[in-house]
Design a protein around this ligand. Sequence first.
Ligand SMILES: [Zn+2]
Length: 442
Amino acid sequence: MRWDMNRFKRIRISISKICIYLLTAMVLTWFCLDTTAEAEEDTLRIVIDPGHGGENLGGEYEDYTEKEMTMVVADAMKEELEKYEGVTVYLTRNGDQELSLEERCEFAANVDADFLLCLHFNLSEHHTLFGAECWVSAFGENYSKGYGFASVEMELLEELGLYSRGIKTRLGRKGLDYYGIIRHATERGIPCVLIEHCHLDQDNDKPFYDHDEKLKAFGRLDATAAAKYFHLRSDILGVDYSGYQNVVVDVPADVVAPDSTEPDFCAIEVLEQNADSGEVTVQVSAADRDSGMLYYAYSYDGGETFSELLKWPDRSSDTFCFTMQVPPRVVPRIVVNGYNGYDLFTESNMITLPSMDYKTPEEIAAELAEKEALESASGNVDPTGDDEKAQKMPQREEPKGYDGLFLAMCAACILLLLGMAGSMAMILRERGRKRRRRRKRR
Ligand SMILES: [Zn+2]
C-alpha cells in the first residue's frame, strides 16, 4: 500500500510536469502565432497589375507589344519593391495570361490590397501626343490617395526626362470612373493608379522604352515612387523614406470632373518678320484655368496644315515667343493652336504677312550647281584638271588682271602723248620766238 502511494505521487508529479510543459508550449505557440499574425496584418500589400496579356495585346507599335513591355516593368518593380521592409508585393499575372479587369481587381481584393498599381504604355490616334500621365479615380479617398501616389510617380518620370501630361480623372457615360480597372478597384475600396509611362508611337518618347533595360528602369522607378509614398526603408538599398513628404490632397466632397472645355483663349502677335531668312517670330498667349496648357502647334497656311505638337515652354506662364520658318514665295497666314491638359485646343487669330522672296539654302546650292554645269559645258573649265574649283578660281580672276594691265597701258600711252604734245608745243614756241628776233634785227 505504501509503495503504491509513492508510485501514485511520482505519477502525479510527472503529470503535473507534463501539464506545465504543455501549458508553456501552448502559451509560446499562441504568442508566436499572434505576433506572426500581427506582423502580417502590419505589412503593406501592394498589387502590381501588368496591363493586358494573352489575346489582349494592348498597344502595338513597330516591334513593340504593350503586354510584353508591362510584364518586364512589373517584374522589375516587384523585385525592387521587395528589397524594402514591411511590404508584400503581388502580381495580378505572372506570365502571358488573359485576365478581365474585374478579375484583376478581385485578386487585389482577395489579398486585401492597400493599393493597386496598373502599368501601361500609350498610343495616340494621330500619333501626335507624347509624354507620361497618371489616371486616378474621380471619387473621395481614392482620388486623394491616388493623386498623392501619382504626384510622386510623375515627379520621378519628369526627372527621368519625360514630359508630364498630368494627373487626371476621366468619367464614363454613367458618371463613374471611365477606366474599368479604376472603376472596379474603387467599387472594392482599393485606391488605384493607372500609369501610362509614355507613348510608343512618338519619337520624343522612344528613347525611354526602346530597350529592356529601360523598361526595367521604369519598374525600379515605379517601386521607388511606392517606397517614397508609403515611407518605406530598405537596408539592402540603404535608403530610408520614412520622412518623405507626400503631397497632401484633401478628400474631395464632390466628384472631381475632368476638363471638358477648350482653353479659355489663344491669341498671337507677330514680333518680327525677317524677309532675308523667312523667319517669323510670334508671341503666343493662351490659358486654361482647369487643366493648364500642354502643347502648341503652328500653321503658316491659315490652318490648312500644322506643325507637330510642341511642348508648352513654361507651364506656369501664359505667354511665350517662338520663331517659325515660312517657305519663300508663300503669303504667310499664321495661326497657332493652344492645347490644354486634356488635348483640347483653341485656335488663335490669324495674321497675314507679306510674302518673303528669299532663296532657301537648297535653292542657292541648286543655282550654283546649274551655273557650274553651264560653265563646264561651254568649255571655260579645263576638263582634265584634277580640282575643278582650284582650276576655275584663277580663270575667273584672269579677266580682272588683264583689265588692270590694259588700263595701265592706256594711261601710260596718254601720258606719253601728252608729254610729246607738250614738247612739240615748247619747240614750236621757241622757233616762233627766234623768228621774231631775226625780223627785229633786220
Ligand atoms: Zn494599356
